[in-house]
Design a protein around this ligand. Structure first.
Ligand code: COA
Length: 269
C-alpha cells in the first residue's frame, strides 16, 4: 500500500512512470494528480515554466516528490525527445504516455491569419505524434499504455473550429493507426478520450466563456451539465489500469452525450 512512508489511495501505479504533455493545467493536470494519488512517478511536459513549477509542487506533495517538470513546445521534436530522455534517465522506461497538449480559439476559416490553422494543427496533431514518437523507444514493451486527448470536434462540424476539427480528426486517426502498428508483438495499447465541456478548463473558457454561453451549450445535452476534471481523470485511470488491457484503438467519449447530437454545437451563437 505504500512506497517509503507515503500512503497512496492505492498502489495501482506504484513503480510506474507517466509522462503527460499539457500536464501543467486542466484535464491533464487532473490526470497527473489522479495517477500520483495512485503512486505513479510523473513527468509534467508543458510550455510555461511557472505553471510547470506550480503543478510539480502539487504533484510532488501527492507522490512523495517523484515528479519532473519539462518545459518544451510539443511541436519541437528534438527538444521534446531530449525531455523524454531526461524523464527516462530519472525514472526508467515509460509505462504511460498521455498526449494532452492542445491549443484552441474561435476563428472564422476565411479570416484566419497565415499561421493560425497551422498553430492548432501543430500543437494538437503534430504534438500528439511527436509525443508518441519520442516516447516509443523508451516504452515498456510489452505493456505500455498510450492515451491521446481528443474532442467532439473530431467527428462533429463546429463553426469557427475548422482548425480544431481537422486537428482532432487527425488525432483520432493517429490513435487507430498506432494501435495497429504498435500492437501485436510490440504490445503497446493506444486509446483516446474525447471530453465534452469540462468545467474550469481553458478550453471551455476560450470557446464558451464561463457564463451564459456555457450554460446554454450544456442545457441541450442529454446530461445537462459540464463534466468535472475529476471525471476525466477517473476515465484515464481506468484506461491505463488492468481493467482495460484488452482495449486498443478506441476513442471513449466522456461528453454528457454531446457526440449524439447531430450537427454539433454552435459556438457562433
Ligand atoms: N484568434 C485567431 N487567431 C489566433 C488567435 C485567436 N484567438 N490566437 C492566436 N492566433 C494566431 C496568431 O495570430 C498566430 O498567427 P499569425 O502568426 O499568422 O498572426 C498563430 O495563431 C499562432 O499564435 P501564437 O501567439 O504564435 O501562439 P502559438 O503558436 O503558441 O499558438 C495558441 C498557441 C494560439 C493555440 C494559443 O492560444 C495557446 O497556446 N493556447 C494554449 C492553451 C489552450 O488553447 N488551451 C485550450 C485547449 S482546448
Amino acid at each position: 500500500m505504500s512506497a517509503g512512508s507515503k500512503v497512496f489511495k492505492s498502489d495501482l501505479l506504484v513503480g510506474q512512470t507517466a509522462l503527460i504533455t499539457g500536464g501543467s493545467s486542466g484535464i491533464n493536470l487532473g490526470i497527473a494528480r489522479r495517477f500520483a494519488e495512485h503512486g505513479a512517478n510523473i513527468a509534467i511536459v508543458a510550455r510555461n515554466p511557472e505553471k510547470i513549477a506550480r503543478a510539480c509542487e502539487e504533484i510532488g506533495a501527492l507522490n512523495g516528490g517523484r515528479v519532473l517538470g519539462c518545459s518544451v513546445d510539443v511541436r519541437d521534436y528534438p527538444e521534446l525527445a531530449e525531455q523524454v530522455q531526461r524523464t527516462v534517465a530519472q525514472f526508467g522506461p515509460l509505462d504511460i504516455v498521455i498526449a494532452g497538449a492542445a491549443g484552441n480559439f474561435l476563428a472564422p476559416a476565411a479570416a484566419m491569419s497565415d499561421n493560425a490553422f497551422a498553430a492548432v494543427v501543430g500543437i494538437d496533431l503534430l504534438g500528439t505524434f511527436n509525443t508518441f514518437r519520442a516516447s516509443f523507444a523508451h516504452l515498456h514493451k510489452p505493456g505500455a499504455r498510450l492515451l491521446a486527448i481528443s474532442a467532439p470536434q473530431a467527428t462533429q462540424v463546429m463553426p469557427l473550429q475548422s482548425h480544431a476539427c481537422a486537428a482532432k480528426a487527425g488525432v483520432e486517426s493517429l490513435v487507430r493507426n498506432l494501435a495497429v502498428e504498435w500492437g501485436g508483438r510490440i504490445g503497446v495499447t493506444v486509446n483516446g478520450i474525447s471530453p465534452g465541456c469540462v468545467a474550469g478548463t481553458e478550453g471551455v473558457a476560450r470557446l464558451a466563456g464561463n457564463g451564459a454561453m456555457a450554460g446554454k451549450l450544456v442545457s441541450h445535452l442529454p446530461i445537462p451539465r459540464m463534466a468535472t476534471v475529476d471525471e476525466m481523470a477517473d476515465l484515464a485511470l481506468f484506461l491505463v489500469s488492468p481493467l482495460a488491457t484488452y482495449m486498443t484503438g478506441q476513442i471513449i467519449a466522456l461528453d454528457g452525450g454531446v457526440s449524439l447530437l447531430g450537427g454539433g454545437m454552435r459556438l457562433d451563437g
